[in-house]
Write a protein of this length. Structure first.
Length: 290
């Protein structure tokens, strides 16, 4: 199936996630490309700070209604949804999950503060775990336990993103680090917003790192053995983000600046090739959570 709009959005993003799609067969690759483009566009609506909040909220509601139409078999008007609709039908992707994703993105329309780790975990579920739950329907799985795996891996990836993007988010007035953690480690909101590092912030960063590591370890443990092959792409995503987390650790969490740390494209391509070789040799793909 040809998805020109989704292909263009996905290629332009340069996402760590999109690179992993290369390991999928053509039909599933097209489906994941369309799903990624959908998620990217919904997220971009919420992130467009130059547009009034009321307008962004209305646009997200439009996407919710169009998505409902697509899930109920009607033809949507939005180009990305028109490309995604055949895959919604083929893989029986439920509207409930898309609705939860949009609800998570809507959280970013207000002043972004989370009082405690539980509140942040709820956000991570909506914007990341839900994407994982949609993705595994496309990948295919036999054991329902795969859903718990997708939930844990999604939270691991999102916590890694949150830690990497502290400075970038702060420039937009956003602080995803739980306020209870800031208080516990003696870090003020002003210090985060102004990018002022300290030993106290380093201790806080190590705590977020510890939680991300725990989610990676949980995902590795929860993946059912019979679904390891079908989850190869998800495992590669996990490996890429794990390597990013290790990079942050090695460099002492340089996350308060405006430019987030990244893995080079060459590095990511080597990881894709290495994972493919491990899979072909029967060694599995997972290279995270150890």
């Amino acid at each position: 199936m040809n998805s020109p709009v989704s292909d263009q959005i996905t290629k332009k993003s340069g996402s760590n996630l999109a690179l992993a799609f290369i390991l999928l067969p053509p039909e599933k690759r097209a489906a994941m490309t369309a799903l990624y483009a959908y998620c990217r566009q919904v997220d971009d609506i919420a992130d467009e700070d130059s547009v009034p909040v009321e307008s962004r909220a209305a646009e997200l509601q439009r996407w919710r209604e169009e998505t409902r139409s697509a899930c109920e078999g009607r033809e949507p008007t939005l180009p990305v949804l028109r490309e995604l609709r055949p895959f919604i039908e083929l893989y029986r992707l439920p509207f409930r999950l898309f609705d939860e994703l949009i609800a998570g993105v809507e959280m970013d329309l207000v002043s972004v503060r989370y009082p405690d780790p539980a509140a942040l975990e709820k956000y991570c579920y909506h914007v990341a775990s839900v994407v994982g739950l949609l993705s595994i329907e496309i990948f295919g799985y036999r054991n329902p336990g795969c859903r718990a795996y997708a939930d844990a891996l999604g939270k691991a990836l999102q916590l890694t993103n949150i830690l990497r993007d502290v400075g970038n988010d702060a420039q937009r007035g956003r602080i995803y680090l739980p306020l209870s953690d800031l208080k516990e480690y003696g870090v003020t909101e002003e210090e985060v917003l102004q990018g002022r590092g300290s030993e106290r912030f380093q201790a806080l960063a190590r705590e977020i790192d510890r939680r991300a590591r725990a989610c990676f370890a949980q995902a590795r443990q929860l993946l059912p053995p019979e679904d390891r092959e079908s989850m190869m792409t998800a495992e590669l995503m996990g490996a890429v983000y794990w390597e990013l987390l290790m990079k942050l650790e090695r460099e002492g969490f340089p996350v308060l600046g405006p430019k987030p740390a990244r893995l080079s494209r060459a590095h990511k391509i080597r990881m894709v090739l290495g994972s493919w070789c491990r899979w072909k040799l029967g060694l599995g793909v997972a290279a995270y959570g150890g």
